[in-house]
Write a protein that binds this ligand. Sequence first.
Ligand SMILES: Nc1ncnc2c1ncn2[C@@H]1O[C@H](COP(=O)(O)OP(=O)(O)OP(=O)(O)O)[C@@H](O)[C@H]1O
Ligand SMILES: [Mg+2]
Length: 167
Amino acid sequence: MNQANHFQSEGPLERIFMLRSLKATQQLAQSVASISIPGDVIKLKGPIGVGKTVFARAILRSLGCQEEIPSPTFTLVQTYQLSNLTVWHFDLFRLKHPDEIYELGLEEATLNGLTLIEWPERIAFFSPKHHAEITFSFDPHGDRIATLKGYGNWNRRLIEHNLEENV
Ligand SMILES: Nc1ncnc2c1ncn2[C@@H]1O[C@H](COP(=O)(O)OP(=O)(O)OP(=O)(O)O)[C@@H](O)[C@H]1O
Ligand SMILES: [Mg+2]
């Protein structure tokens, strides 16, 4: 991608990463964690088994979480109190009605926590001005591809922190 494309006037900035190993996924999670700030929302999209929970877990680990990190498949949300940040990890696959999200604490989460959302399509109306969206997909070899889109101030962060593509 040439430099000019990094400053498109319309639409979010987009970066693509080949994740040829679990380690590559963990490294991307670490980079994303390092530029995250309280109040952030990170949407994690992609089909079943593609690596959304693996990625969320790696973010939590790189932020210092030492407790067990189960998938919120049935609880729909798990929260983690870290030293100076609360991380909310949602999995909305089993959300029955979009309004249920408020009972799960979305507003409190986005106030000053870090909000990670698997299956954000379940609350498609929820599109904060500033957020990151990572879409994972399978490549023909069974590796993973991550497309990271930065909305609002995430655009600037992706440029400033030089999160380089590795395609
Ligand atoms: N490069 C990779 N990155 C992430 N996970 C990988 C990779 N290669 C293989 N895997 C495997 O893929 C699986 C991903 O499972 P994970 O639970 O994270 O999926 P998910 O996207 O959260 O699915 P669900 O929609 O059911 O919540 C894990 O078993 C992991 O070991
Ligand atoms: Mg999952």
